[in-house]
Design a binder for this molecule. Structure first.
Ligand code: PLP
Length: 465
């Protein structure tokens, strides 16, 4: 008996799976799945990359297309379903506030993650000759790295001097809290901005957000967060944690569909911050259509809105956000997430191919030195402490250097187990508590075991690649 697996009777959120469309094995081209199972749903553990489609997203998008056809321009003001397009983003704001732990006035449904990150940095990254550094995690998502580098360059600094990246200790895979806090103290007053991802995309580490925020602010720095992998994954209290700003995308755990509309948080304490890149959608809605020539911002996050939002993208997000709300929000979802991910970890630890992260760290050091080790298998680099991770487990395959992982990924896909890879060595598996089941987790662990056995017995990894 597992302490993690819930029986159907004690798993009330299980019913939400029927609200989603999960592709079949055939649709996912899982060619190794037997014919009799081709039309079964695949084992989709990739909601960290692209969330599954909520049936409501489809229904709402179809409705809006019909309204476009039947009401045309009038849909902006007089909408048969009460969602006049002029106020469409306002339908999202209460849900966003609930998910990130904010007031409605602190969130905005707008733009896309990277664009929003630039907007926030334009306002909150104000370097001086003495205080100009951005402190972040090493191997941040490339888009964030590009944003940091271009921002510091625009202010006349070089990324080498101004972007400080924190790496795990040699032989370790994730950052230690004490090392992050020590770096903040050490860099001290030279830091203008601390900007981490809430949950790290590669390792799955959930950083101690409140402590980092506080430590940054003690040094007089701003603290912002990229919540791409945190929004809809872990419970957040951005307002209470006194976070200065945050940005997120919605196509990962929030299931808004590819390229979905983004989100942004600005703490109330900055509600009268001048808007540096104003647009008409951030203007007071009472007079927006009077077309005044002078900009008058909506106080708070929504003053940053620039353009009228994509209605199709917004309602596609609205569907799954209703489900988050109906499920009771992030607290019960997190409880189920802890069970699902805990169960996945428990099963993976039983694998004959599992290698402890401590040993895997040692193997990594040996590979770095060019030494042979003869080991084969995988480790989990995501922290073992459930309080330091979200839904995702990141599996690193050994031998390292991209020699094992691509074959494992292909074979998993062939069996209809959909995770995703990040080069060179990681496969990410993320059970999503709104639609994944304990059976999904069991199947993933079982198939992985078979796949690794097949890879091992089919011979020399180096030659096969
Ligand atoms: C997914 C992700 C992005 C994607 O950025 P877009 O602007 O939405 O394309 C950026 N940063 C991080 C950390 C991510 O995980």
């Amino acid at each position: 008996m597992s302490a993690f697996k819930l029986s159907p009777a004690s798993d009330p959120l299980r019913k939400f799976r029927s609200e989603f469309v999960i592709p079949t094995n055939r649709q996912m081209k899982a060619s190794s799945v037997p014919d009799s199972l081709q039309d079964e749903e695949c084992t989709y553990l990739c909601g960290n990359s692209l969330g599954a489609m909520a049936k409501r997203s489809k229904a709402l998008v179809m409705e809006e297309l019909d309204v476009w056809g039947s009401r045309a321009v009038e849909g902006h003001f007089d909408h048969p379903h009460g969602r006049d397009w002029m106020h469409i983003a306002d339908h999202v704001h209460p849900y966003f506030a609930e998910i990130v732990g904010a007031k409605e006035s602190e969130v905005a449904c707008m733009g896309t993650l990277t664009a929003n990150l630039h907007l926030m940095m334009n306002t909150f990254y104000k370097p001086t000759p003495d205080r100009f550094k951005i402190l972040c995690e090493a191997k941040a998502f490339p888009s964030d790295q590009y944003a940091f580098a271009s921002q510091v360059t625009a202010h006349g600094f070089t990324p080498q001097d101004a972007v400080i990246e924190l790496s795990p200790r040699p032989g370790e895979f994730t950052l230690r809290e004490e090392d992050i806090l020590a770096a903040i103290t050490e860099q001290g007053q030279s830091i203008a901005l601390v900007l981490f991802s809430g949950v790290q995309y590669y390792t799955g580490q959930w950083f101690p957000m409140e402590k980092i925020t506080k430590a940054a602010q003690i040094q007089g720095a701003m603290c912002g967060w990229d919540l791409a992998h945190a929004a809809g994954n872990v419970p957040l209290s951005l307002h209470d944690w006194n976070v200065d700003f945050a940005v997120w995308c919605t196509y990962k755990y929030l299931n808004a569909g590819p390229g979905g509309i983004g989100g942004l948080f600005v703490h109330d304490k900055w509600s009268s911050q001048p808007i540096r890149a104003a647009g008409w959608w951030g203007h007071d809605p009472q007079t927006r259509f009077a077309m005044p020539s002078r900009f008058s911002a909506i106080p708070g996050a929504q003053g940053f809105q620039q353009s009228n939002p994509s209605v199709l993208a917004t309602v596609s997000l609205l569907g799954p956000l209703q489900l988050f709300h109906e499920a009771g929000g992030m607290i019960p979802l997190r409880e189920r997430s802890l069970k699902l991910t805990g169960y996945l970890e428990e099963l993976l630890h039983k694998s004959q191919w599992w290698i402890t992260p401590e040993w895997a760290g040692e193997i990594q050091l040996r590979e770095d030195r060019g030494e042979e080790h003869g080991e084969f298998g995988f480790t989990i680099i995501t922290p073992r402490d459930p309080g330091s991770r979200g839904a995702q487990l990141s599996l690193v395959f050994i031998p390292l250097g991209g020699r094992t992982m691509p074959r494992v990924l292909r074979l998993l896909e062939g069996q209809g187990v959909v995770g995703d890879s990040r080069k060179p060595d990681v496969i990410r598996l993320a059970p999503m508590p709104l639609y994944n089941t304990f059976e999904d987790v069991e199947r993933a662990a079982k198939v992985l075991e078979e796949v690794l056995t097949e890879v091992k017995t089919s011979g020399d990894i180096k030659r096969a690649e």
